[in-house]
Ligand binder design. Structure first.
Ligand code: HEC
Length: 300
């Protein structure tokens, strides 16, 4: 072989080597991008704060929530293989989030807001699942459900969902800006209504009081949740859009008080939360809140 053909072999080898390394670098960069995006969705979702027991390890579940005639517990969402999501496939995590079906096919109680998440965009779900896989695994079994409702998973939950369930189908992509972006975040990712819309004794949201607040006495959460519709008297009609964005990002209200309780938890996150929201997303939420019908509903 002449020197020229050796050169050609060397050159093509070098080319192949660069292509392989290059594609590997690209694949890694894409995976990193997906995880970074997932971390942002996790922040917009308030750090999935329900899965952190304030007295326990982050994301390992076990936080108690009242359900009709009993108590339910949030689950461990860390990648622990035995007690968390480590042995679940992406599809199984996806179906738990949007259909309320667990890995063994059993029903997840609608305490987990899978009806709302059923409208989360596929691109955001995919990123969020990739991010969840990067959490530190924690071994912690979820306490069994306590309730006096018979067959709560096998019978009561399916019947409840048949009667009250409102599922959507995930769009492939999320709205990127404007009021549509705000509506998407409020209803599908940040789930403001999970706390700010009152529920009846069966846990069904009262949609005629959408975002109009819930009182500690009648609500499930044990604290007053304010009316955030644009009603001037009983809601936040006199807040400017910048005031709402400021509260979401810094926790400070226009009267310079700080948000407390559950609101502080979702702002602070675990450790990512609403505080990590981009200004433009906080403003999109504010613009959407300003566009919904004002509802007179005095909480305190
Ligand atoms: C986990 C429950 C929970 C979620 C989720 C939640 N909030 Fe709140 N929010 C509260 C509680 C409780 C308060 C009252 C805090 C206080 O008294 O300081 C509050 C307070 C507020 C206030 C202050 C209102 C006032 O009159 O002082 C605004 C505005 C607000 N939330 C907007 C939102 C928006 C927008 C979202 C979604 C992006 C949201 N919240 C999600 C529980 C929640």
């Amino acid at each position: 072989m002449g020197i020229g053909s050796w050169f050609a072999v060397l050159r093509s080898g070098l080319f192949l080597f660069c292509a392989l390394v290059g594609s590997n670098v690209v694949a890694h960069a894409q995976a990193d991008d997906l995880v970074a995006k997932g971390q942002y969705i996790f922040a917009l979702a308030g750090g999935c704060a329900c899965h952190t027991d304030p007295k326990g390890t982050p994301h390992a579940g076990g936080r108690a929530f009242p359900i009709p005639l009993g108590t339910g517990y949030s689950t461990n969402i860390t990648p622990d293989k035995e007690t968390g999501l480590g042995a679940w496939t992406d599809r199984q995590i996806h179906d738990a989030m949007v259909k309320g079906v667990s890995r063994d096919g059993s029903k997840i109680l609608p305490l987990m807001p899978f009806e709302a998440y059923s409208g989360m965009a596929e691109e955001d779900l995919r990123a969020l699942i990739a991010y969840l896989r990067t959490l530190k695994p924690v071994k912690k079994a979820t306490p069994p459900l306590k309730t006096r409702v018979p067959f709560v998973r096998s019978l009561a939950t399916p019947v409840y969902l048949k009667v009250f369930g409102r599922f959507s189908s995930s769009p492939p992509l999320a709205p990127k800006s404007g009021i549509e972006r705000g509506r998407y975040l409020v209803d599908r990712v940040s789930l403001c209504g999970d706390c700010h819309t009152p529920k009846n004794s069966m846990g069904v949201p009262n949609r005629s009081l959408y975002l109009a607040g819930a009182s500690a006495k009648t609500g499930f959460l044990g604290e007053d949740v304010p009316n955030i519709t644009p009603d001037k008297e009983t809601g936040i009609g006199d807040w400017k859009r910048e005031d709402i964005a400021e509260l979401l990002i810094s926790g400070t209200k226009p009267d310079l008080d700080n948000a407390q309780g559950l609101m502080a938890e979702v702002i602070q996150g675990t450790p990512y939360g609403y505080k990590d929201m981009k200004k433009e997303d906080a403003l999109a939420i504010a613009d959407y809140l300003k566009s919904i019908p004002p509802i007179k509903n005095k909480i305190k």
